[in-house]
Design a protein around this ligand. Structure first.
Ligand code: URA
Length: 209
């Protein structure tokens, strides 16, 4: 699928299977989601531009590569997206973190923003929007729109599991935004849960129900 990257690294797939298992409790779920986010971030950032710099080792002068261009921003969609932030920050400790909260209006069924705090230099950053579950795509598409309205231009979306419906919606509204996932599942059920999925990511992450 154009613009959709399924990261099928064995470590990610192994950990994803444990994450999906209903007998995996919140502690292990949290740890594994954190680890998978770190591993996925490695692929999500693969095309960051580099520039050559001169350095001096204890032995000789030489050149090396450093990341150039824009700085990175991570934007979790509340609340389950929070579970992917720590892993990314371990890889990119200088990234700034914005937060977006979206709920669905029960009457209009439209996504409504209830919280949005982004880095002030959002236009200057490569932004990674994170949410473990890309289900209907409503929240993700809305969050990306809110970021664009505030000046964000370089945006990628990272999810653990996607439904085809969610991918289609986000790609339809934001064809400029590449999507990175660990798995594309079969479908959504009548309650908009991903099948087979992993259940409610927020509840499993925070031990609520
Ligand atoms: N959100 C979740 O947490 N799980 C799903 O399956 C769909 C949306």
């Amino acid at each position: 699928m154009n613009g959709v990257h399924v990261i099928d690294h064995p470590l990610i797939q192994h950990k994803l299977t444990i994450i999906r298992d209903r007998s995996t409790g919140p502690k292990e779920f949290r740890e594994l989601l954190d680890e998978v986010a770190l591993l996925m971030a490695y692929e999500v950032t693969r095309d960051l531009p580099l520039e050559q710099v001169e350095i001096e080792t204890p032995i000789a002068r030489t050149t090396g590569w450093t990341i150039s261009g824009k700085k990175v921003g991570v934007v979790p969609i509340l609340r389950a997206g929070l579970g992917m932030v720590g892993g990314i920050l371990r890889l990119i400790p200088t990234a700034k973190v914005g937060h977006i909260g979206v709920y669905r209006d029960p009457e209009t069924l439209e996504p409504v923003e209830y919280y949005c705090k982004l880095p002030t230099d959002v236009a200057e950053r490569d932004l990674i929007v994170v949410d473990p579950m890309l289900a209907t795509g409503g929240s993700a598409a809305a969050a990306i729109r809110f970021i664009k309205e505030r000046g964000g231009t370089s945006i990628r979306l990272m999810a653990l599991i996607a439904a085809p419906e969610g991918i289609e919606r986000v790609r339809g509204h934001h064809p400029d935004v590449p999507i990175f996932v660990a798995a594309v599942d079969e479908r959504l059920n009548e309650h908009a849960y991903i099948v087979p999925g992993l259940g409610d990511a927020g509840d499993r992450l925070f031990g609520t129900r």
